[in-house]
Ligand binder design. Structure first.
Ligand SMILES: [Fe+2]
Ligand SMILES: [Fe+2]
Length: 149
């Protein structure tokens, strides 16, 4: 964890790392909103509950990244919605599984760039969760295709 005095460090923290953290926070904020919609469209209770569990992971990631930002800057971050969520289940799943996979790459890149071991570990852990989410969404997407044909 970061020592307390970091708030009062006489230099600005790494700007590129900060903008990555802001991007991660907005991505999580978006996912939390989209997965709430997606859960409502789920084909059955099992899928709905799984999507809600995934959403809980995103809320946790959101909190971890927000806390990182506060620790590094001493400031609060104000997230905003950056993309619209698809309004039907099939497109929603496709959007989610692509987004999760891109997020895995992004988080691993941030983890590699970061010098601090807590930041590295936070992004690696989140990347592992996103990988797992991608597999679930791909599974639901595949089931949807084959159930319909
Ligand atoms: Fe996440
Ligand atoms: Fe995810």
């Amino acid at each position: 964890m970061y020592p307390y005095f970091y708030h009062y460090a006489p230099y600005e923290p790494d700007q590129s790392l900060l903008s990555d953290i802001v991007k991660a926070i907005n991505g999580q904020y978006n996912a939390i909103a989209c997965y709430e919609q997606l859960a409502r469209m789920a084909k059955n209770v099992v899928e709905r509950d799984r999507i809600l569990e995934i959403r809980q992971d995103e809320i946790r990631h959101f909190q971890v990244f927000s806390q990182l930002y506060i620790t590094l800057t001493g400031r609060q971050v104000y997230p905003h919605i950056i993309e619209k969520c698809p309004t039907d289940y099939k497109n929603g799943l496709q959007f989610a599984l692509e987004d999760e996979q891109e997020t895995v790459d992004f988080y691993l890149t941030v983890a590699d760039k970061a010098h601090d071991s807590y930041i590295k570990e936070s992004f690696r852990r989140a990347a592992a969760d996103e990988q797992n989410h991608a597999v679930w969404f791909l599974y639901f997407y595949t089931k949807l295709c084959c159930d319909n044909t």
